[in-house]
Ligand binder design. Structure first.
Ligand SMILES: [Mn+2]
Length: 376
């Protein structure tokens, strides 16, 4: 039986300079990605894997700093088994390649950079497996790189006990958003009919199948192993894949991420809503959880005015808090109107009229602000 770790889309070199992070946090988010690679190697060893497959986008661009390229290669090169790394559409292979020759040099000869559309036979290294790489040679492509695989497999005439795995990077119909078909689009059918026991894919940052364990699936995406932004709604995963001697495939998902990006949307009406938020934030980890908080609704004057304080308390429970409270309004009461305007005055009559009409809270809010503005 072959046991391997399948990962992709680590995007080393990704910068976190957008999005309002403090410099120390941006650095921490960026540095963690290399740390995650080291953890993946340790995980593969713990899990007794003989092979690590990186199915593209190990690096965020072909032009990441050489020092980072060497560090990544050194981290992978220390793996006691075999490593196979495929260029993805972010770290694509090219002529006068600034990336992969440097990486391959530092990685060591035992391991493989899958830079050519040619089978990578691991039998000589003690693994009864041949890899068929669909290499990305550009950022975009309307055609995928796996078309050659079926014929190459037939030409090899492999003994039946030797397993075969496709390794590719790009979108999969029905799973990855790729409306223009610009990301090496692959059809499930062509993958299934290619004669591979399994396809180890990368590109889509979510796990497929989206389960903790599977049996019998032959097309896999591991998800990014380390969450990289608020559009990532999971904790980071890799697959531990087993290929049986008969070509059967089973897998188990490993949780690999450190950071967790969470989006919390709440409509508040009073103290109870804020209390519920405190409860939810109580479950967060101040060293790992980055939170985007979207607030709407209406709060009584005092709670609304003190929002800086209670938001400040919530902020302590998270590593990072970004709040959008543009939809949160101050509830305007009859007492507020009476305090600000004398009975019988035009503003008093206008605002009281709107306040009586329960469905018109937004009009009341608008009128309140306009009248206030007109007065100042
Ligand atoms: Mn990609």
């Amino acid at each position: 039986m072959i046991r391997l770790l399948h990962t992709a889309d680590l995007h080393l070199g990704l910068k976190f300079t957008r999005g309002g992070y403090a410099p120390a946090l941006s650095e921490g988010l960026a540095a963690r990605r290399l740390e995650c690679l080291r953890k993946l190697v340790a995980l593969a060893e713990e899990q007794s894997c003989g092979l690590i497959v990186v199915a593209g986008d190990l690096f965020d661009t072909p032009r990441v700093p050489k020092g980072l390229v060497r560090e990544a290669a050194a981290a992978l090169g220390r793996f006691e088994g075999i490593v196979a790394v495929l260029p993805g559409n972010h770290d694509y292979a090219q002529e006068d390649d600034p990336l992969w020759p440097v990486f391959a040099d530092a990685l060591g000869e035992r391991h493989h950079v899958l830079r050519r559309e040619t089978p990578c036979d691991l039998r000589g290294q003690g693994i009864p497996l041949v890899l068929f790489p669909g290499v990305c040679g550009s950022r975009h492509s309307k055609t995928n790189s796996v078309g050659w695989v079926g014929e190459a497999l037939a030409a090899l005439d492999l003994p039946p006990e030797i397993r075969r795995a496709g390794v590719a990077h790009g979108s999969l119909e029905g799973l990855s958003p790729d409306f223009g078909g610009d990301y090496f689009p692959m059809m499930r059918r062509e993958l299934e009919e290619s004669g591979m026991d399994v396809w180890l894919l990368g590109h889509t940052h979510v796990r497929f199948p989206d389960r903790e364990r599977f049996e019998g699936e032959r097309v896999l995406f591991p998800a990014t192993p380390e969450p990289d932004g608020f559009d990532c709604r999971h904790g980071g995963h890799a697959w531990i894949v087993e290929i049986g001697e008969d070509g059967s495939v089973a897998g188990e998902s490993a949780r690999t991420g450190r950071f967790r990006f969470r989006t919390v949307a709440k409509t508040l009406a009073g103290e109870a809503g804020i209390e519920a938020l405190r409860g939810e934030f109580g479950g967060f980890d101040a060293e790992r959880d980055l939170v985007k908080l979207i607030l709407s609704g209406r709060l009584p004057g005092e709670l609304f005015e003190s929002r800086g304080e209670w938001l400040g308390e919530l902020e302590k429970a998270a590593l990072y808090l970004e709040t959008d409270h543009g939809g949160l309004l101050r509830e305007i009461t009859a007492a507020d109107i009476g305090r600000e305007y004398s009975a019988g005055s035009f503003p008093h009559r206008l605002l009281s009229g709107l306040a009586d009409d329960e469905g018109d809270a937004e009009a009341l809010q608008l009128a309140w602000e306009l009248v206030k503005e007109a007065r100042s």
